[in-house]
Design a protein around this ligand. Structure first.
Ligand SMILES: Nc1ccn([C@@H]2O[C@H](COP(=O)(O)O)[C@@H](O)[C@H]2O)c(=O)n1
Ligand SMILES: C[C@@]1(CO)OP(=O)(O)OP(=O)(O)OC[C@H]1O
Length: 156
């Protein structure tokens, strides 16, 4: 068995879509990044790479590479899953999205459905939680959104 943790933050800006877990969220701002800046998928990838002992997403998908400009993070997650599936399968995954706004609870079902397909994992083994930070810090000031993920892998 192998366990991994991932954490990522992206800045909220105008004129960008807000994509979380591969789902477009209705909001007046979106996250800034080289890719679509899907902070949930990024923390999941880092948790998976951590469990594999294979570094982080910056190492595998450098933001200096034009190939990843504007890419859907789900495509990057598929590449990380290719590495996972060489030896392991996912037992379960838990995630916390830290956002003052918008409420993510209404979108969790769709996020789980989307991730379930790519992670090849039943929805009941994927947990996604939303929390504010009670108006404290960069999340509280709505300057950005953070996400933290933890994953357990087992040998095939
Ligand atoms: N972006 C968010 C933040 C919170 N939620 C849901 O609201 C509950 C209460 O949040 P607190 O930060 O006040 O504890 C939380 O447990 C989530 O169910 C959300 O959906 N989206
Ligand atoms: C995903 C990558 C690659 O497009 O870019 P960003 O979307 O900027 O995301 P970040 O979490 O800053 O770093 C990983 C990057 O290399």
């Amino acid at each position: 068995m192998r366990v991994g943790i991932g954490y990522d933050v992206h800045r909220l800006v105008e004129n960008r879509k807000l994509i979380l877990g591969g789902v477009e969220i209705h909001h007046e701002k979106g996250l800034l990044g080289h890719s679509d800046a899907d902070v949930l998928v990024h923390s999941i990838m880092d948790a998976l790479l951590g469990a594999l002992g294979k570094g982080d997403i910056g190492r595998h998908f450098p933001d200096s590479d034009d190939a990843y400009k504007g890419i859907s993070s789900l495509e990057l997650l598929e590449k990380v899953m290719d590495l996972v599936e060489r030896e392991y399968y996912i037992v379960n995954i838990d995630n916390v999205i830290m956002a003052e706004r918008p409420k993510i609870a209404p979108y969790i079902g769709e996020m789980k459905k989307t991730l379930s397909r790519i992670l090849k994992l039943e929805e009941e083994r994927i947990n996604i939680k939303g929390t504010t930070t009670e108006k404290l810090g960069f999340v509280g000031r709505e300057e950005g959104i953070a996400s933290e993920s933890i994953v357990l892998l087992d040998n095939k």
